[in-house]
Write a new protein. Structure first.
Length: 279
Protein backbone atom coordinates (compact mmCIF):
# COMPACT_ATOMS: atom_id res chain seq x y z
CA UNK A 1 0.00 0.00 0.00
CA UNK A 2 2.75 2.45 0.93
CA UNK A 3 4.58 1.80 -2.35
CA UNK A 4 1.42 2.70 -4.28
CA UNK A 5 1.13 5.98 -2.38
CA UNK A 6 4.82 6.78 -2.83
CA UNK A 7 4.59 6.21 -6.61
CA UNK A 8 1.46 8.39 -6.82
CA UNK A 9 3.16 11.18 -4.89
CA UNK A 10 6.07 11.10 -7.32
CA UNK A 11 3.75 11.22 -10.34
CA UNK A 12 1.90 14.20 -8.87
CA UNK A 13 5.07 16.27 -8.99
CA UNK A 14 4.90 16.26 -12.80
CA UNK A 15 1.91 18.62 -12.65
CA UNK A 16 1.60 22.16 -11.34
CA UNK A 17 -2.14 22.43 -10.79
CA UNK A 18 -3.84 20.81 -7.80
CA UNK A 19 -6.79 19.54 -9.82
CA UNK A 20 -4.36 17.77 -12.18
CA UNK A 21 -2.58 16.16 -9.26
CA UNK A 22 -5.87 15.00 -7.76
CA UNK A 23 -6.91 13.36 -11.04
CA UNK A 24 -3.93 11.02 -10.75
CA UNK A 25 -5.49 9.53 -7.60
CA UNK A 26 -8.83 8.55 -9.17
CA UNK A 27 -9.75 4.95 -8.18
CA UNK A 28 -6.13 4.06 -7.42
CA UNK A 29 -7.20 2.19 -4.26
CA UNK A 30 -10.31 0.62 -5.73
CA UNK A 31 -12.08 -1.76 -3.36
CA UNK A 32 -9.81 -0.96 -0.40
CA UNK A 33 -10.79 0.10 3.11
CA UNK A 34 -9.89 3.66 4.10
CA UNK A 35 -8.96 4.03 7.77
CA UNK A 36 -9.50 7.67 8.68
CA UNK A 37 -7.58 8.48 11.86
CA UNK A 38 -8.72 11.67 13.55
CA UNK A 39 -7.59 13.55 16.63
CA UNK A 40 -10.38 12.89 19.12
CA UNK A 41 -9.54 11.88 22.71
CA UNK A 42 -10.82 8.32 22.16
CA UNK A 43 -7.65 7.75 20.12
CA UNK A 44 -5.94 7.46 23.51
CA UNK A 45 -8.00 4.33 24.22
CA UNK A 46 -5.89 2.29 21.82
CA UNK A 47 -2.50 0.69 22.16
CA UNK A 48 -0.53 2.79 19.69
CA UNK A 49 1.96 0.04 18.85
CA UNK A 50 -0.84 -2.42 18.08
CA UNK A 51 -2.65 0.17 15.99
CA UNK A 52 0.52 1.08 14.10
CA UNK A 53 1.20 -2.58 13.35
CA UNK A 54 -2.33 -3.10 12.06
CA UNK A 55 -2.27 0.04 9.90
CA UNK A 56 1.17 -0.66 8.43
CA UNK A 57 -0.26 -2.31 5.29
CA UNK A 58 -3.58 -0.43 5.19
CA UNK A 59 -4.74 2.75 3.46
CA UNK A 60 -4.47 5.41 6.19
CA UNK A 61 -5.88 8.92 5.91
CA UNK A 62 -4.91 11.03 8.91
CA UNK A 63 -6.19 14.37 10.19
CA UNK A 64 -3.55 16.91 11.21
CA UNK A 65 -1.65 15.97 14.40
CA UNK A 66 -2.29 12.25 14.05
CA UNK A 67 0.68 12.34 11.67
CA UNK A 68 2.99 12.62 14.68
CA UNK A 69 1.80 9.22 15.92
CA UNK A 70 1.40 7.47 12.58
CA UNK A 71 3.91 9.10 10.21
CA UNK A 72 5.20 5.71 9.02
CA UNK A 73 1.72 4.36 8.35
CA UNK A 74 0.02 7.47 6.96
CA UNK A 75 -0.71 7.61 3.23
CA UNK A 76 -2.55 10.95 3.31
CA UNK A 77 -2.41 13.80 5.81
CA UNK A 78 -5.27 16.30 5.65
CA UNK A 79 -4.80 19.86 6.85
CA UNK A 80 -6.51 23.21 7.07
CA UNK A 81 -5.43 26.45 8.72
CA UNK A 82 -7.35 25.85 11.96
CA UNK A 83 -5.45 24.54 14.98
CA UNK A 84 -2.42 23.86 12.80
CA UNK A 85 1.28 23.57 13.54
CA UNK A 86 4.46 22.78 11.64
CA UNK A 87 5.39 19.15 11.01
CA UNK A 88 8.66 17.29 10.75
CA UNK A 89 8.03 15.06 7.74
CA UNK A 90 10.12 11.98 8.31
CA UNK A 91 9.36 10.10 5.08
CA UNK A 92 8.39 10.85 1.48
CA UNK A 93 5.50 8.38 1.63
CA UNK A 94 2.72 10.74 2.73
CA UNK A 95 0.60 12.84 0.36
CA UNK A 96 -0.25 16.13 2.08
CA UNK A 97 -3.57 17.78 1.17
CA UNK A 98 -4.98 21.12 2.30
CA UNK A 99 -8.33 22.82 2.22
CA UNK A 100 -8.06 26.61 2.00
CA UNK A 101 -10.79 29.13 2.77
CA UNK A 102 -9.07 32.53 2.75
CA UNK A 103 -7.27 34.20 -0.15
CA UNK A 104 -3.95 34.54 1.67
CA UNK A 105 -3.66 30.86 2.56
CA UNK A 106 -2.65 29.43 -0.86
CA UNK A 107 -0.09 32.20 -1.32
CA UNK A 108 1.43 31.54 2.09
CA UNK A 109 1.64 27.79 1.46
CA UNK A 110 3.27 28.24 -1.96
CA UNK A 111 5.60 31.14 -1.13
CA UNK A 112 6.89 29.57 2.09
CA UNK A 113 7.37 26.04 0.74
CA UNK A 114 4.86 24.57 3.18
CA UNK A 115 4.56 20.86 2.28
CA UNK A 116 1.47 20.47 0.10
CA UNK A 117 0.79 18.01 -2.72
CA UNK A 118 -2.61 19.47 -3.54
CA UNK A 119 -5.03 22.00 -2.09
CA UNK A 120 -8.75 22.50 -2.60
CA UNK A 121 -10.77 25.67 -1.97
CA UNK A 122 -13.81 25.73 0.29
CA UNK A 123 -16.86 27.41 -1.20
CA UNK A 124 -19.88 28.67 0.76
CA UNK A 125 -17.48 29.53 3.56
CA UNK A 126 -19.50 32.61 4.43
CA UNK A 127 -22.80 33.48 5.93
CA UNK A 128 -24.83 31.17 8.11
CA UNK A 129 -23.72 27.85 9.58
CA UNK A 130 -26.94 26.57 8.04
CA UNK A 131 -25.20 26.69 4.64
CA UNK A 132 -22.90 23.82 5.56
CA UNK A 133 -23.24 20.43 3.90
CA UNK A 134 -24.03 18.89 7.30
CA UNK A 135 -26.97 21.28 7.70
CA UNK A 136 -28.37 21.13 4.17
CA UNK A 137 -27.92 17.38 3.79
CA UNK A 138 -26.89 17.82 0.15
CA UNK A 139 -24.50 14.88 0.38
CA UNK A 140 -24.56 14.29 -3.36
CA UNK A 141 -22.49 17.49 -3.64
CA UNK A 142 -19.48 16.25 -1.65
CA UNK A 143 -17.86 14.11 -4.33
CA UNK A 144 -14.82 15.27 -6.28
CA UNK A 145 -16.62 13.96 -9.37
CA UNK A 146 -19.12 16.78 -8.80
CA UNK A 147 -16.70 19.59 -8.02
CA UNK A 148 -13.03 20.10 -7.23
CA UNK A 149 -14.08 22.90 -4.88
CA UNK A 150 -15.25 21.67 -1.50
CA UNK A 151 -18.56 22.46 0.15
CA UNK A 152 -18.25 23.85 3.66
CA UNK A 153 -18.46 20.89 6.07
CA UNK A 154 -17.91 22.13 8.67
CA UNK A 155 -14.59 20.36 9.17
CA UNK A 156 -12.12 18.16 7.32
CA UNK A 157 -14.11 14.97 7.77
CA UNK A 158 -17.00 16.19 5.61
CA UNK A 159 -14.97 18.50 3.37
CA UNK A 160 -12.09 16.22 2.43
CA UNK A 161 -11.63 12.91 4.31
CA UNK A 162 -14.86 11.23 3.18
CA UNK A 163 -14.84 12.69 -0.37
CA UNK A 164 -11.20 11.68 -0.86
CA UNK A 165 -11.91 8.12 0.32
CA UNK A 166 -14.71 7.93 -2.25
CA UNK A 167 -12.53 9.36 -5.01
CA UNK A 168 -9.78 6.85 -4.29
CA UNK A 169 -12.29 4.06 -4.96
CA UNK A 170 -12.68 2.76 -1.39
CA UNK A 171 -15.66 0.54 -0.60
CA UNK A 172 -15.24 0.64 3.17
CA UNK A 173 -14.52 3.60 5.44
CA UNK A 174 -13.61 3.20 9.12
CA UNK A 175 -13.12 6.24 11.33
CA UNK A 176 -10.83 5.95 14.35
CA UNK A 177 -10.90 8.74 16.93
CA UNK A 178 -13.76 10.64 15.28
CA UNK A 179 -15.53 11.82 18.45
CA UNK A 180 -17.12 15.02 17.05
CA UNK A 181 -17.80 16.56 20.50
CA UNK A 182 -20.37 16.43 23.29
CA UNK A 183 -23.15 19.01 23.61
CA UNK A 184 -23.79 20.33 27.12
CA UNK A 185 -26.16 22.82 28.69
CA UNK A 186 -25.90 24.63 32.01
CA UNK A 187 -28.86 24.86 34.34
CA UNK A 188 -29.33 28.48 33.30
CA UNK A 189 -29.63 27.44 29.68
CA UNK A 190 -26.11 28.34 28.59
CA UNK A 191 -24.85 25.99 25.90
CA UNK A 192 -21.31 24.67 25.69
CA UNK A 193 -19.39 21.70 24.32
CA UNK A 194 -16.83 19.18 25.47
CA UNK A 195 -14.43 19.20 22.54
CA UNK A 196 -10.89 17.97 23.00
CA UNK A 197 -8.04 16.23 21.18
CA UNK A 198 -5.90 13.23 22.00
CA UNK A 199 -2.82 15.44 22.50
CA UNK A 200 -4.38 18.42 24.19
CA UNK A 201 -2.93 19.86 27.38
CA UNK A 202 -3.74 23.51 26.76
CA UNK A 203 -3.01 26.12 24.16
CA UNK A 204 -2.91 29.81 23.42
CA UNK A 205 -3.37 31.56 20.10
CA UNK A 206 0.27 31.10 19.08
CA UNK A 207 1.33 27.71 20.40
CA UNK A 208 0.04 24.26 21.22
CA UNK A 209 1.23 22.39 24.28
CA UNK A 210 1.87 19.07 22.64
CA UNK A 211 3.06 16.28 24.94
CA UNK A 212 4.55 18.94 27.16
CA UNK A 213 6.38 20.72 24.32
CA UNK A 214 5.27 24.04 22.88
CA UNK A 215 5.14 23.80 19.09
CA UNK A 216 5.12 26.87 16.87
CA UNK A 217 1.97 27.51 14.88
CA UNK A 218 1.82 28.51 11.24
CA UNK A 219 0.86 32.21 11.03
CA UNK A 220 -2.09 31.50 8.70
CA UNK A 221 -3.98 29.54 11.32
CA UNK A 222 -6.40 30.18 14.15
CA UNK A 223 -6.85 28.54 17.54
CA UNK A 224 -9.60 26.34 16.20
CA UNK A 225 -12.42 27.05 18.59
CA UNK A 226 -15.29 25.01 17.16
CA UNK A 227 -18.72 26.33 18.02
CA UNK A 228 -21.71 24.68 19.65
CA UNK A 229 -23.69 24.99 16.42
CA UNK A 230 -20.92 23.39 14.36
CA UNK A 231 -20.75 20.38 16.66
CA UNK A 232 -24.53 20.12 16.64
CA UNK A 233 -24.60 20.21 12.83
CA UNK A 234 -21.91 17.53 12.60
CA UNK A 235 -23.77 15.25 14.99
CA UNK A 236 -27.09 15.67 13.24
CA UNK A 237 -25.59 15.39 9.76
CA UNK A 238 -23.70 12.15 10.34
CA UNK A 239 -26.72 9.89 9.80
CA UNK A 240 -27.47 11.49 6.45
CA UNK A 241 -23.87 10.94 5.41
CA UNK A 242 -24.03 7.29 6.46
CA UNK A 243 -27.22 6.75 4.48
CA UNK A 244 -25.73 8.48 1.45
CA UNK A 245 -22.63 6.28 1.55
CA UNK A 246 -24.74 3.16 2.07
CA UNK A 247 -26.74 4.08 -1.01
CA UNK A 248 -23.48 4.17 -2.97
CA UNK A 249 -22.46 0.74 -1.73
CA UNK A 250 -19.86 2.09 0.69
CA UNK A 251 -19.66 0.53 4.16
CA UNK A 252 -19.15 3.16 6.88
CA UNK A 253 -18.42 2.53 10.56
CA UNK A 254 -17.13 4.38 13.62
CA UNK A 255 -14.53 3.32 16.18
CA UNK A 256 -15.23 5.58 19.17
CA UNK A 257 -16.77 5.14 22.59
CA UNK A 258 -17.94 8.77 22.73
CA UNK A 259 -19.15 9.76 19.27
CA UNK A 260 -22.69 11.09 19.87
CA UNK A 261 -23.97 10.59 16.30
CA UNK A 262 -26.99 8.38 15.62
CA UNK A 263 -26.74 4.82 16.93
CA UNK A 264 -28.01 3.69 13.53
CA UNK A 265 -24.45 4.21 12.30
CA UNK A 266 -22.50 0.98 12.94
CA UNK A 267 -19.95 1.03 15.74
CA UNK A 268 -16.93 -1.26 15.86
CA UNK A 269 -14.11 -1.88 18.29
CA UNK A 270 -10.52 -2.28 17.19
CA UNK A 271 -10.57 -5.80 18.65
CA UNK A 272 -13.40 -6.70 16.30
CA UNK A 273 -11.46 -5.23 13.40
CA UNK A 274 -8.22 -6.98 14.42
CA UNK A 275 -10.03 -10.31 14.75
CA UNK A 276 -11.73 -9.93 11.36
CA UNK A 277 -8.40 -9.06 9.75
CA UNK A 278 -6.79 -12.31 10.91
CA UNK A 279 -9.55 -14.59 9.61
Amino acid sequence: MKEITKELKQKMQNFDESHQRLEILKDKYEGETAYIVTGGPSLNNHNVDELKSFLSDKLVIGIKQTYDLFYEEMDYQLLNAVNIKTYDYKTDNTIVAWTVYQQDQPYYIINNDVPCDFMTPIYRNHGSIHNTIAATGDWSEIGFDVSFERPWGPGLMYELAIPLSMYLGCKKIVTIGWDIGILREHEKGQQYINYDHFYQKGRDKHKVEYDGVNVERLPIGGSGGITYDEVKMNIEGALGLYEYLKGRGIDFSIVSDRNPASELIPRKTMKEIYDADTK
